[in-house]
Design a protein around this ligand. Sequence first.
Ligand code: MLT
Ligand code: MN
Ligand code: ZN
Length: 302
Amino acid sequence: MIIKVLGSAAGGGFPQANCNCRNCGDVRAGRPGLSARTQSSLAVSRDGERWVLLNASPDLRQQLAATPELAPRADQGLRSSPIAALVLTNGDVDHVAGLLSLREGLAFTLYASARVLQALAANSIFNVLNTATVPRIALALGQAVEMAGLTVEAYPVPGKIALYLEAAGPDFGTREGDSIGLEVRDPASGAAFHYIPGCAAVDTALAARLAGTPLVLFDGTLYTDEEMIAQGLSDKTGSRMGHISMSGPHGSMAVFEALGVKRRIYVHMNNSNPVLREDSPERAHVERAGWEVAFDGMEIRL
Ligand code: MLT
Ligand code: MN
Ligand code: ZN
């Protein structure tokens, strides 16, 4: 199985268009030790021929152009694509907007939770994807589905409904299925990994599911819950946005310590996150804790 990180940044990307924070300013200026990043997405394939995209970022066109494996094959006629399926982990703009860049007649199957499919159905702009060529299939939580020779099982994780759907009431109207994790498996080799780019907390169900697994790509949005407030960028904490922090007693570094996950990789980093600076103490800290920080173009073979 081949995993490619198409985009490793959270919504807004790195640098973010309207942001002149220290990280964004430095990466824009080309300072060594920081790399630009596009928005959150992976591609995965069992055989290198047929690919499944995990999320569709607003930067998808640029990501496809940077990934020769995802280009049409010379022997497949005038119009084709190795993209066989696409799975959404939530309805956030940074995970669904790229669907609009796949409207030129590509034929693939779109999978998401019933909740996220409902949000797409309520936005008529997504009708540019003809359901005759892009069928939409609701993922039953806890049941594996075959896609391009792989199996993908979706399961609910603590999270938050998409920002544009927030409503009055507890948890802004969040319900099961608004945020899912994915377990992707090659049934032939048994190789498997988990992909959870948005997660508010590791509850007992999630901890049990991840314990002892070989590879998890996990929500690395913020280093500290209040970092966007501390940097004067926003009035929101990470928990208000439905994202666990890396640090702190309930942060991902701490809670993963007991889980025995062999390889741990952060994805979906916000531009405020100090781990984006390769020479920062925070980067050294997460690496000492056994974590890797994904970068665009990162390739993993299982
Ligand atoms: C998030 O990950 O919190 C969302 O992508 C935020 C957003 O929709 O901009
Ligand atoms: Mn996001
Ligand atoms: Zn910034």
